[in-house]
Design a protein. Sequence first.
Length: 364
Amino acid sequence: MSVADLCRAYGISRPTAYRWINRYNETGPEGLVDRSRRPHTCSHATLEPMENAILVLRAKHPSWGARKLKARLEMLQPELVWPAASTFGNILSRAGLTSPQRKRKRTTPCSEPFSLVTGPNQLWCMDFKGYFATGDGKRCDPFTITDAHSRFLIRCQIVSRIDLSQVRAICEAAMREYGVPARIRTDNGAPFAGTGLLGLSKLSLGWMKLGIVHERIQAGRPQQNGRHERMHRTLKEDTTKPPAASLRAQQSRFDNFRYVFNNERPHEALNNQVPASLYHPSSVRLPRKLPEFNYPKGLLLRRVNNSGDISWHKTRIFISEVFRFEELAFELVTPGFYRVFFRDMEIGELNAEELRFRAARRVV
């Protein structure tokens, strides 16, 4: 039969008939098997050098996701047109560099009773990361400070003890370098807060003398310091696995992390900018010596002794040990009844007839 007759008999076109005949002539009966219609090339496929650059950067920063890698490469090579973040994710997935995570239930963010942060140094956040052991079995306690607006990591330093002297020294060094913030936010643990009068501690009292407002989050509400807690999660991912050989080696990891976190790592909350591009030191410098505070005229002044007492008409009334050697002011409200102040803050009331001091209620 002619090709034309065959085409009429089977209801196909002549080009289709010739295609099948040629495939049979080339490979025999195997040529009649259905073949994939997948194209041999893809016009919009990611170029191999680009894909290699993505994988190299991911190897350098294993905790970075697709969006961060894209933002960083756009910073490094802005002249290139990089693919979408979803393509970055596909490249990582093909390379076996992704691990799908189960979605966690998240609590509703809460900023109450704190005010909004709109600029650098309006609020510093402080906390301890939580201890872990280095390779030599030593306990590692990192103390961290961040600027809430820019996410700039001001300090990440290991302390040998979680006490007043070391934390105060780190804070003072940070303020000498970057200036004094308007507010500081911490949890309610030592040495930031105490169990006595109004939850004050010697550390928070020192901040008060500098004009710093101390914000303490509510117990069981870590989301009130959520930006700082999120930094801690990244800190743990990038610096603790595998364990460092010693505390010195661990501190070296922290120093490198701090540089990368501030200068290289894009932050989605900052529109993929780095913290160092938004942060600048405070214009309020740490004074060499605290200026004297002068109470208004007409107030009674008493100095607290080493035991936390004041002298009142040949007797002693306990106030709080946190105010040792500090001067307090007493404002007469009604006969025998006084409001008690430390600088600008009302700390309680004194009943002179009963010789009893009662602390003010802390507003949460």
